[in-house]
Design a protein around this ligand. Structure first.
Ligand SMILES: COC(=O)COc1cccc(COC(=O)c2cn[nH]c2)c1
Length: 240
């Protein structure tokens, strides 16, 4: 897989060298390249933003540099991913789907956003996905891009140390949150590990874990229990 990231702060992506993606890159199965949007400007001040038509606070990212950057970076098979507060919610299902792609281009917006014509024009040439990581606002797409890259890269075959751990994780096939986990010591600050987990009774352990996952999901994410088809693979009967 190849991942290109376009940003006015390309150094943000250096963090990938520290993470799983760093190992994956070493294995040659993944190429990640950050690009400075300002390299696609031609004025002395390398201007990337301007005042918004229609007025309003803040600045908007100019279309010309973005047009040239995407032309230079995105191949025909690329999926252009634009993190934005106004995007569709990004879920584990999306990470799984994107992990099957050959080329991802992350377009990191800043200020009040990127001129809409960039998205409109890009959509005539590539698959473009505007995605949201949550109902909050960052100063730019870089942190979101790091999160999307990590969520995708960890699913690539051969990158995750122990593939089994991919099956039993939150937002996994059963669509529930992860159950609580414990390790040694058996007693820590007077707190004991639940007895069942040390019983060796794997059936009882599986039941206990499912019950805890259900409990936690009902408590923290009741939405995941309402429409199973949105979150789990298959799940309940198809809606009529
Ligand atoms: C068309 O897309 C754009 O214009 C993107 O522009 C911006 C502007 C400001 C901040 C961001 C970064 O995304 C988020 O803040 C975000 C993503 N998920 N939750 C919060 C992106």
């Amino acid at each position: 897989m190849r991942i290109d990231v376009v940003s006015i702060f390309p150094a943000y992506l250096d963090a990938l060298d520290l993470s799983l993606a760093g190992r994956a890159r070493a294995s040659g199965l993944l190429q990640v390249q950050a690009h400075d949007l300002r390299d696609f400007t031609h004025d002395r001040h390398r201007t990337v933003d301007d005042t918004p038509y229609g007025g309003g606070a803040g600045m908007v990212m100019r279309p010309e540099p973005w047009g040239e950057a995407l032309d230079a970076v995105a191949g025909d098979d690329a999926v252009v991913i634009v993190p934005t507060p106004s995007g569709r919610p990004f879920t584990q299902r999306d990470a799984e789907r994107l992990a099957l792609e050959q080329h991802l281009v992350l377009a990191c917006g800043r200020y009040e956003g990127i001129d809409q014509r960039v998205i409109d024009h890009a959509s005539t040439r590539w698959r473009v996905e505007e995605i949201s990581l949550g109902d909050f606002v960052l100063n730019g797409g870089e942190v979101a891009a790091l999160a999307v890259i990590e969520a995708v890269v960890r699913l690539l075959p051969g990158f995750m140390g122990n593939p089994r751990s991919l099956q039993e994780e939150s937002h996994g096939p059963d669509g529930l949150l992860e159950y609580p986990v414990y390790t040694k010591p058996a007693v820590w600050r007077g707190l004991e590990v639940p007895e069942v987990l040390r019983s060796g009774d794997h059936g009882a352990i599986a039941r206990w874990r499912h019950d805890r996952a259900l409990e936690r999901t009902a408590e923290r994410r009741p939405d995941l229990l309402e429409r199973p088809d949105d979150h789990a693979d298959g799940g309940g009967p198809e809606a009529p």
